[in-house]
Design a protein around this ligand. Structure first.
Ligand code: 6R9
Length: 652
């Protein structure tokens, strides 16, 4: 244990289970020996230019070759300088030219059960039509297009159509309010909004266009709105000449538009992420580096093979959907399942029904979903044949070891490796993850960095901490997929990511490296709890709670305490047990046994649900305010369900 002045974080939860990669898996894996991985890491670290030159030349199409691999003018990086490529070309034409035109690119299922399949050739035709339609609406290279759509193939088509003509897409998750859409339109200066007449969510129709109409009243830069008919909503109001239907403007096009050669560093997209306070940041990614990173990390981590049916359950409104539904898998020629609806509609077995029906081989989902499945009960899983699965992945939050074990046993039948992938909107793609053919996994650890990723864990003075202690996770060298800036706000970019630890990219997460060189993410820097001079990570206390059989989800925060500095408040959701005083005592004792008296919560509240962002992350910031009896401060626009807050406050 260390004292608070060192800036290090105490590590209190011991996890020593180890799961070697299954021999069968290793035989045919993309990475099949440790040596292969070490060699690539060494090359990428020591001879970075040659390594990335080779990768870019082999894995992207170049209309014009690049002249320089990386221009690093801290904190601004340019990759593959002087080259011209096109992300839509890399995802479509390049595969079609390689003979994959008839391979299924998107296998889609809507919430009501409607299905569509698009081959790579079909997808190119649709993308070209959409691109041609957008050009008729006056959209060209460099223009920003907001996309506010349901998870239909047209969402991916619209993204790729923007890429095809060099327009910059800004996908806005279709659960955001009119206010949020308007903010994003205005910040980016969007010229076009693409939306639909509605979307299905748990059997209901949400009127997307009506929300967009409200946003457009406050979006002076937007000239047109392109509307897909998805639900047959009769109440859609079309304002001429601003609003046009997809079936009028896109469907009649020839579908033959060649991809426009784009500078490597041309903006490919903006994606807004919520800062913990203040206005959302438009994270800017560019063409070549991002595309290469998404493609190669997909191939490495998901061990992609020709016959895989790959399913990433994210929404394209998040970075996971951008990199691992669209750009990564499609560049790699993968067949992707895309699903429109909720995991519990019409019933709690919907995901497993889809896995069985489409013979999914690789499943990539989030800890929040896994915890929900645990809560809903194993019977929903057991109804289905999941034997097609060969690899499982998670992303979005730390996964508590017991949730990992459930995923391993119930979904993976103890034979599928799990890749716990750590990364961020800003990193463009996966940064740390097991490689399923070679990495022995430990529940709760994202294991080791991918080739080209050089992490550093530092204390508040910027000095690297010793192994086994937690500190701030930084990335010491640029990588191709890194963000290039915050749209229209370079000062904020420098301030947010590059000022705390000069010369290094600050991730905002804490992490620890163990004696095997494995990394453990310890939660956000702002979430550390300081109890009597001991700095504790939220995830370790939460994982101790979740390791009790009655707990499916826990969130832990600090609240001010006159004696200890901070006291620990825990919010816990349980299954199969009455949330009563007896259980409360049992849980407190359980934490004390697992990790010691120091980490035993001072308050423990039972709650049916925790406040989450729309992408499923626990919002500890709000819980902190509730625990300390404060008014809720800051931006709550990303909160999924406001009623959760009201309930938690009532319980006080
Ligand atoms: C891809 C994505 C990024 C933040 C990140 C971290 C958390 C993501 C994680 C994880 C522990 C993992 N996070 N993956 N924490 N283990 N495997 O989620 O991007 O929405 O920008 O969030 O999510 O805190 O900093 P984004």
């Amino acid at each position: 244990m260390t004292d608070s002045n060192s800036g290090q974080i105490d590590h209190v939860l011991i996890e020593d289970r180890l799961f070697p990669p299954p021999a069968e898996f290793t035989k045919t894996a993309v990475f099949s020996t440790q040596e292969q991985y070490e060699t690539m890491c060494n090359q990428a670290a020591e001879d970075s230019d040659n390594f990335w030159r080779g990768e870019a030349n082999e894995h992207l199409h170049w209309f014009e070759p690049f002249k320089e691999v990386c221009k690093w003018n801290p904190p601004h990086a340019e990759w593959f300088v002087g080259g011209k490529t096109n992300a839509s070309y890399n995802c479509l034409d390049r595969n079609i030219e390689a003979g994959l035109g008839d391979r299924i690119a998107i296998l889609w299922e809507g919430e009501p059960g409607d299905q569509r399949t698009l081959t790579y050739s079909d997808l190119r035709t649709e993308v070209c039509k959409c691109a041609e339609g957008m050009k008729q609406l006056g959209i060209g290279a460099g223009d920003v297009v907001s996309i506010y759509m349901p998870m239909t193939p047209e969402l991916a088509i619209a993204m790729l159509a923007c890429a095809r003509i060099g327009a910059v897409h800004s996908v806005i998750f279709a659960g955001f309010s009119a206010e949020s859409i308007a903010d994003r339109n205005n910040d980016a200066g969007a010229k076009l909004v693409i939306t639909a007449d509605g979307l299905y969510r748990r059997g209901r129709v949400l009127p997307l266009k009506a929300t967009v109409d409200e946003a457009l009243e406050k979006s002076p830069t937007v000239n047109h709105c392109l509307v897909l008919r998805r639900v047959g909503n009769e109440d859609v109001s079309m304002v001429e000449p601003r609003d046009v239907w997809w079936h009028d403007v896109v469907d009649p096009q020839p579908g033959e538009l060649p991809a426009k050669p784009m500078d490597s560093e041309a903006s490919l997209f903006i994606l807004y992420t919520s800062g913990s306070t203040g206005k959302p940041k438009g994270i800017r990614h560019t063409t070549a580096g991002y595309n290469l990173w998404a493609k190669r990390t997909f191939q490495w981590v998901f061990d992609h093979r020709e016959d895989d049916i790959y399913w990433c359950t994210a929404d394209c409104g998040w970075i996971t959907g951008h990199s691992y539904i669209v750009y990564g898998p499609l560049s790699a020629g993968a067949t992707c399942l895309m699903y429109e609806g909720a995991p519990n509609f019409p019933a709690e077995d919907r995901f497993w029904e889809l896995v069985e029906k489409h013979k999914v081989t690789i499943l990539y989902t989030a800890p929040t979903a896994i915890r929900a499945f645990i809560k809903w009960g194993d019977e929903h899983v057991e109804k289905h044949d999941l034997s097609s699965l060969r690899l499982l992945g998670t992303v979005g939050e730390g996964i508590n070891p017991e949730a990992w074990m459930w995923y391993h046993k119930k979904i993976g039948a103890e034979r599928c490796p799990i890749v716990d992938t750590w990364w961020q909107t800003e990193t463009g793609g996966i940064m740390m993850s097991p490689l399923p053919g070679i990495t022995a996994t430990k529940p709760g650890s994202c294991t080791r960095p991918l080739p080209g990723v050089i992490p550093a864990i530092v204390d508040e003075t910027g000095k690297e901490v010793d192994d086994q202690h937690g500190g701030m996770l930084c990335i010491a060298k640029p990588w191709p997929g890194m963000l290039r800036g915050i749209w229209g706000d370079d000062d904020r970019f420098v301030q947010q990511y590059w000022s705390t630890v000069p010369g290094k990219y600050l991730t905002g997460d804490n992490a620890r490296k163990d004696s095997d060189g494995y990394y453990w993410i310890m939660g956000r820097i702002d979430d550390v709890i300081n109890v009597s001079g001991h700095r504790l990570s939220t995830i370790e206390v939460e994982s101790a709670l979740v390791s009790h059989e009655a707990v499916c989800e826990a969130a832990v925060v600090g609240r001010p305490d006159a004696l200890k500095g901070q006291a620990i408040a825990a919010f816990v959701s349980v299954r199969d047990r009455e949330p009563n005083e007896e259980l409360r005592k049992e849980l407190l004792l359980h934490v004390r046994k697992q990790i010691g008296a120091l980490a035993q919560p001072d308050d423990l509240r039972f709650t049916a649900t925790l406040p989450k962002t729309r992408s499923g992350k626990i919002m500890r910031r709000l819980l902190r305010d509730i625990a300390s009896g404060k008014e809720i401060a800051g931006d709550t626009s990303t909160l999924e369900d406001l009623s959760v807050l009201a309930k938690l406050q009532e319980d006080e």
